[in-house]
Write a protein of this length. Structure first.
Lengths: 251, 696
């Protein structure tokens, strides 16, 4: 069974973020990148499944800032193959990324595709859905914990309000992972360094997506401070009435 | 009358031959046991301890002759051990002289040329009699001590419940060792007494005062009859003891000299590097052949004196670690895994629950034999290594085993996050490296950037002093004092990374090496002569570990530098702080690791405070519980945190209201301990720099 894990690098929020001169993107010159937290969980889940059921874990990523580092780290953790899809994919949308990735993953005989359900810089949280669409595979997203038995997977999906649903799907399937069963493992620096020396980072030329996102960024800005807050007090009915009044006045 | 005594008094030849045959068989058995041990140590990897052999030989000889490592902090046990040791040595040499005299001198030069006659015989008799008394009194003192059940001799394990382990073998060995020696000593006197009595109480035997006195108890005929029986009882016990030596705790008589001789003076202070080969295969220990021969020797050298057991802050706070049990478990593991099970007659078996490894997967040394929780409990305070009278380097083995855990990622999430932070940002706080020097912004002056202009002192600030909001105030005070005293200093700003002392002690060697490389690259960029730091952890690694990587600079702790300026008259105090009644906590990495106990005390004296020592101070200080990465791990399971125990220790001193520290981690740990134990109205924690600032 091949378990494909698409990963990506996202800006590190520990650093102070600046908006660039276009006003539509971050100033990326000084940005530091780290692997998307949810992708890290997807990789962990993939490694746990491999340890329990065998198979091969293939980490795959579109070319981008600091992506080699992330792929080597995945190899150090136990990914059997690491693949960089080359091409100019800076600022690519999820829809386009999904199409390019699907073009490569389709040829890898996937049994499971596990990817992070979302990332800090993605606009729609739809990467798993879109991947499934382009691969023509079933999908479940916002998944916590994956169990494989025979040709089926059983997964749990979280809903709002503390509801959890259990799904069963036949493989191959695409899963958007919210959290792995265990905290993503620590990989010692020596192992990463060793992976950098000994791992073959495969490069596959990616296609032209030919699609764009349905949405576009019109302005990026830091949260703006409002002009103070008004505390509403009184009974529930009074507060509700007051709120309705305010909302009406703003519409 | 001829002044001498007859060896094998009145024995027929066949009896003498029987004794020689038994003697040779005993020696063969002894040598075989010794060989088994040697074979075991040969299995270990190189430990790099064959430098300066002559120096090592004499240093260990001095330690052995004086028994100073046994005497340290235990006058009673030290005195008793000294008496037994010298009693044994003198009696042994006496026996060798008798053997040489009888079997060589007499055979070669004739009976008339024997050494043991006349004046020499008399002095010989007196000497042996006196040391025999010391020997027996020492043994009785030790028996009495065992009977009084001191805590260090309690075999109770902190990590297992009663019934999950069996230490009856050790207890038997402890008893056998003392009683065998005692029986040998006492029967020796009785042979002497019986011989003197049977010989008709010769006048010159007053030179054997004990034997001569005891001889009066026996009539001449009775003595003549009894003598061969008691002689043989003594002889059998002596031969039995010789046979017992290499298979029991008696082996410490030989091994522990070797262990002291091969001890690394920098043990624990400078941890062993991991070879490139090992880094590739995965750092840490997985099988017995991974241990160095010195570690294998360490495990066998333990006499179970329990000094490490009672000194250990983990054990004292209910964590599942006793350095003694760790060493003994590793001994059992070493013997079991190389099929040397009988190298100890009175050993322990594996604790219940440990996989024996027959047929199934062999137990992992880091994880099964020594549990991960046990290894992670260590605060690397080095109290065990410092307390050990026989040169065992517990900490080296602990870190080597931790390296295995780190390689497999077996650690608490919080620790994992911290390591990831240090890897990503160079600091344990997970903040941007660009924020490292943010604490300087509130200063009324600008600190030089050592990368841009030459300075005399490079101040290596360290993580806690830079990032911890509770410590930053202290850091600014240090900067203010340095500035005021006209010290030419600078910092590395964002180029400084965590120095890696605790990263290395966690067992993340690759990350440590990366930090060393980064810091050394920053040193290269800067121009300075010496390094100063307020952090004892940083101080230790820069002083003891960086030189192995090529960064050799004089390193000072700020207390040392301030003390030097005090001596030179450059630091003067305008006020006496006599209204403070203070005690001072020696940071492990300053006092115990690096012997710097004087400078802070001299400063306190100059400050004019009323100073009181805690029960444990100097090299014997008690850890705050933060070291070796513990500060990033969960301590909620501890019965009583070491820091709280330490505050209570300070409060034992009547009226002490200030707890002085000289370490950023101590500052946070003890402030927290004072608050959480509800002692805020009784005692306050201050960094020594606060007093300096107040008095200057």
């Amino acid at each position: 069974m091949n378990i494909i894990v698409p990963i990506k690098q996202v800006p590190d929020l520990v650093e102070e973020l600046e908006i660039d001169s276009s006003g539509k993107d971050l100033d990326r010159e000084w940005l530091k990148y780290k692997v998307n937290e949810f992708d890290d969980h997807a990789l962990e889940e993939a490694l746990l499944l491999k340890e329990a059921h065998g198979g091969a874990v293939i980490a795959i990523a579109l070319d981008g800032d600091d992506i080699d580092k992330a792929l080597y780290a995945a190899a150090a953790k136990g990914a059997d193959r690491v693949v960089k899809v080359t091409g100019n994919y800076a600022g690519i949308s999820n829809r386009a990324a999904a199409k390019v990735l699907a073009g490569v993953i389709g040829g890898m005989n996937p049994g499971l595709v596990l990817t992070g359900v979302q990332s800090v810089e993605d606009r729609d949280g739809q990467i798993a859905v879109l991947l499934a669409h382009y691969l023509g595979l079933p999908h479940v997203s916002v998944v916590t914990g994956v169990e494989v038995s025979g040709g089926n997977v059983t997964v749990h999906k979280e809903y709002g309000g503390g509801m959890v649903a259990e799904f069963e799907a036949s493989m191959p399937v695409v899963l958007g992972v919210q959290a792995a069963r265990e905290t993503p493992r620590y990989v010692p620096v020596a192992r990463v360094r060793q992976a950098m020396k000994s791992t073959e980072l495969e490069e596959i030329a990616g296609g032209d997506p030919g699609v764009s996102s349905g949405s576009s960024i019109s302005r990026m800005f830091k949260p703006e401070t409002g002009g103070g807050a008004e505390m509403i007090s009184g009974s529930a009915a009074d507060v509700a009435a007051k709120l309705a009044e305010i909302i009406k006045s703003k519409m | 009358m001829e002044i001498t005594r007859e060896v094998f008094r009145h024995f027929p030849l066949w009896m003498q031959i029987v004794f020689y045959i038994a003697g040779l068989a005993t020696i063969a058995f002894f040598l075989y046991g010794f060989y088994r041990r040697y074979r075991k140590y040969r299995r270990g990897t190189d430990a790099g301890r064959f430098n300066n052999l002559v120096g090592r030989f004499f240093k260990a000889l001095g330690a052995m002759a004086t028994n100073r490592t046994v005497y340290k902090r235990d006058t009673y046990a030290g005195t008793a051990h000294w008496m037994i040791f010298w009693g044994f040595v003198v009696l042994f040499i006496g026996t060798v002289i008798v053997a040489v005299d009888h079997d060589m001198v007499e055979l070669a030069f004739g009976a008339e040329n024997r050494l043991l006659q006349g004046g020499f015989y008399q002095w010989f008799s007196l000497f042996l009699d006196v040391f025999g008394v010391l020997f027996i009194v020492g043994l009785l003192m030790m028996l009495f001590r065992r009977g009084s059940k001191p805590p260090q001799l309690d075999y109770k394990r902190p990590d297992l419940k009663e019934g999950q382990y069996d230490r009856s073998g050790y207890k038997k060995d402890d008893k056998a060792f003392l009683w065998l020696l005692l029986i040998i000593g006492v029967t020796g006197y009785f042979i002497e007494a019986l011989r003197i009595s049977a010989d008709g109480m010769p006048a010159f035997e007053v030179w054997s005062p004990v034997g001569n006195t005891l001889a009066k108890m026996f009539g001449e005929n009775t003595a003549n009859t009894l003598h061969p029986y008691v002689w043989w009882i003594h002889g059998i016990f002596v031969l039995g003891f010789i046979a017992y030596i290499p298979y029991s705790k008696a082996m410490h008589m030989l091994l522990d000299y070797a262990n002291l001789m091969f001890k690394d003076d920098l043990a624990a202070k400078r941890l062993p590097r991991v070879s490139e080969e090992k880094m590739k295969q995965g750092q840490g220990y997985r099988k017995i052949e991974d241990f160095t021969w010195k570690e294998l020797l360490d495990f066998d050298s333990c006499t179970k004196c329990g000094r490490c057991h009672v000194a250990c802050p983990a054990n004292a706070s209910g964590a599942p670690l006793s350095p003694r049990d760790l060493i003994l478990d590793l001994r059992t593991y070493a013997d079991a895994s190389i099929g040397n099970g009988t190298s100890e007659w009175f050993g322990q078996t594996y604790a219940t629950g440990v996989k024996e490894g027959k047929g199934e997967k062999a137990p992992a040394v880091a994880g099964d034999i020594i549990k991960a929780d046990t290894l992670w409990s260590c605060t690397t305070c080095m109290a065990c290594v410092e307390a050990c009278p026989v040169g065992i380097e517990h900490l080296t083995s602990i870190v080597n085993l931790r390296r295995t855990l780190v390689d497999a990622g077996t650690m608490e999430n919080s620790l994992q996050d911290t390591l990831a932070n240090i890897g990503d940002y160079g600091n344990s706080f997970g903040q941007s490296d660009r924020m490292r020097a943010k604490w300087t912004k509130e200063l009324p002056f600008k600190i030089k950037d050592a990368r841009k202009e030459p300075v005399e002192y490079l101040w290596f600030v360290g993580d806690y002093a830079s990032y911890d909001s509770a410590v930053q105030g202290m850091t600014r005070k240090v900067a203010g004092i340095f500035e005021k005293l006209g010290i030419d200093f600078g910092i590395l700003y964002e180029a400084e990374k965590n120095a890696g002392n605790d990263v290395r002690r966690i067992g993340e060697e690759g990350l440590f090496e990366m930090l060393v490389e980064d810091n050394m690259a920053a040193f290269e960029e800067a121009e300075f002569k010496e390094i100063i730091t307020t952090d004892p952890h940083t101080f230790n690694t820069l002083k003891n570990e960086y030189p192995e990587f090529g960064a050799s600079y004089p390193v000072h702790h700020y207390t040392g530098l301030l003390c030097k300026l005090l001596d030179e008259g450059k630091l003067k105090f305008s006020k006496k702080l006599s209204h403070y009644k203070v005690t001072y906590h020696d940071p492990c990495y300053l006092g115990r690791y690096n012997g710097e106990t004087e400078a802070p005390r001299k400063l306190l004296e100059a400050l004019g405070v009323e100073f009181h020592e805690m029960r444990r101070c100097g090299a014997n200080s008690f850890c705050c519980g933060a070291g070796g990465g513990r500060i990033w791990m969960d301590d909620s399971k501890l019965e009583k945190r070491p820091s709280v125990q330490r505050i209570e220790e300070a409060l034992e001193i009547d009226g002490v209201n200030l707890f002085i520290v000289a370490c950023p981690k101590d500052y946070t740990m003890y402030n927290d301990a004072v608050k959480s134990s509800g002692n805020e109205d009784k005692i306050a924690v201050k960094d020594i720099i606060e007093l300096v600032e107040e008095a200057i």
